[in-house]
Design a protein around this ligand. Structure first.
Ligand code: FNR
Length: 349
């Protein structure tokens, strides 16, 4: 029997790993040897689309829609419950089209009845499908993913991308829970971010390159790979800088109160998470790194990894003299290397 596509994605994501070129080695927080702080004073709380989260780490969208994915979603949901993390499921379109597979997503809500659960659909979704996706999970928010390059490399993928922004605008207008628009690892620039803001979107997950690479994953599934597309996109560091630049241009410096950014793509540890937050993100999304721990070392190891990250974030924030995530945004950063070159070529100071 053919392995379902959802499990092929899991296997290829683990086999191919992450390049680690998400741009964070170009971002250096300026050290502060007199931080006037204490680990006791650090708060990891954050707000995304009006939701008060106890942790700035989110388990990002991965899976659902096939039997084996139910087990993965169950373990991820238990880890999310035990550590207080918000968690997104993978695209629910499979369950919208075939309700028989809905249990592989619903398990996330069943395991974590009181936690923050985010639904997920592609930008082909209509308002009514978005509402059904939310209902399926009693979701606290819905992610709409943008993945044009992935679709184009997938032989069975979409070829027509007209009307995406208008469908997003309609979902934003009608949905009764916050909408998060996310990339899946090709990044976003200020032009697209400005268009999303104009369409009313208030939460953006920039999903930059340097982590799980969906061009490489789809190429690994093709009989005639187009590997020359594996470098497509812009890094997570660049995407966050582009995003804060787009928002600052319209509403002043820093992330405006009504707007939240999520930094994702290649976040594997505390320092990358901390740098993404310092670049203006309210939260970070992690997918591939958590999947790897779960599949290699099991659920308890994943819970320990998340707890360790919380502890380490408190340590680094203490050293930086930032007691809250919002204070991290004010921390001075030096930007070097290719990220600095990109900023200069794009006129971002
Ligand atoms: C994903 N991702 C994803 N995203 C999405 O919006 N809907 C989806 O169905 C999936 N499916 C999926 C499957 C697997 C196996 C992985 C590893 C990832 C993308 C994910 O949410 C994230 O945007 C990227 O993986 C980049 O983050 P990392 O993996 O570099 O932390």
């Amino acid at each position: 029997m053919r392995i379902p596509r959802k499990m092929e994605h899991v296997h290829h994501a683990l086999n191919l790993g992450q390049s680690g070129e998400q741009g964070f080695s170009d971002i250096k927080p300026v050290p502060n040897c007199l931080p006037e702080s204490s680990t006791r004073l650090i708060s990891l709380q954050t707000i995304i689309g009006g939701l008060n989260l106890s942790s700035p780490i989110i388990i990002n969208a991965m899976t659902g829609g096939a039997h084996e994915t139910e087990e993965i979603n169950r373990d991820l949901a238990i880890a999310a419950r035990e550590t207080g993390l918000a968690m997104a499921v993978g695209s629910q379109m499979a369950a919208i089209k075939n309700p028989e597979v809905a249990s592989s997503y619903r398990v996330v809500r069943e395991m974590n009845p009181n936690g923050f659960v985010f639904g997920n659909l592609g930008s082909e979704a209509a308002v009514e499908q978005a509402e059904r996706a939310v209902e399926m999970l009693r979701a606290d928010a819905l992610q709409i993913h943008l993945n044009v390059m992935q679709e184009l490399i997938m032989p069975e993928g979409d070829r027509d991308f007209q009307g995406m922004l208008e469908r997003i605008r309609l979902i934003q207008e009608h949905l009764r829970v916050p909408l998060i628009v996310k990339e899946v690892g090709f990044g976003m620039t200020r032009e697209s971010i400005s268009l999303l803001c104009q369409a009313g979107v208030r939460v953006i997950d920039v999903g930059g390159s340097g982590g799980t690479n969906f061009a490489a994953i789809e190429n690994a599934r093709r009989t005639s790979p187009m590997d020359w597309l594996n470098e497509w996109g812009c890094t997570t560091a660049v995407s966050l800088i582009e995003a804060t630049n787009a928002l600052a241009a319209s509403i002043g410096k820093g992330t405006p109160a009504a707007m939240s950014l999520i930094g994702s793509g290649g976040i594997q540890g505390t320092m990358e998470a901390c740098k993404a937050l310092a670049l203006g993100a309210s939260a970070v999304g992690m997918a591939g790194a958590f999947l790897r721990t779960l599949r290699s070392n099991g659920r308890e190891a994943l819970i320990q990894q998340i707890e360790r990250m919380h502890e380490e974030l408190r340590l680094v924030m203490t050293a930086m003299g930032a007691q809250t995530i919002a204070e991290l945004w004010q921390h001075p950063l030096v930007i070097t290397g290719q990220t600095a070159e990109w900023c200069s070529a794009r006129g971002i100071s």
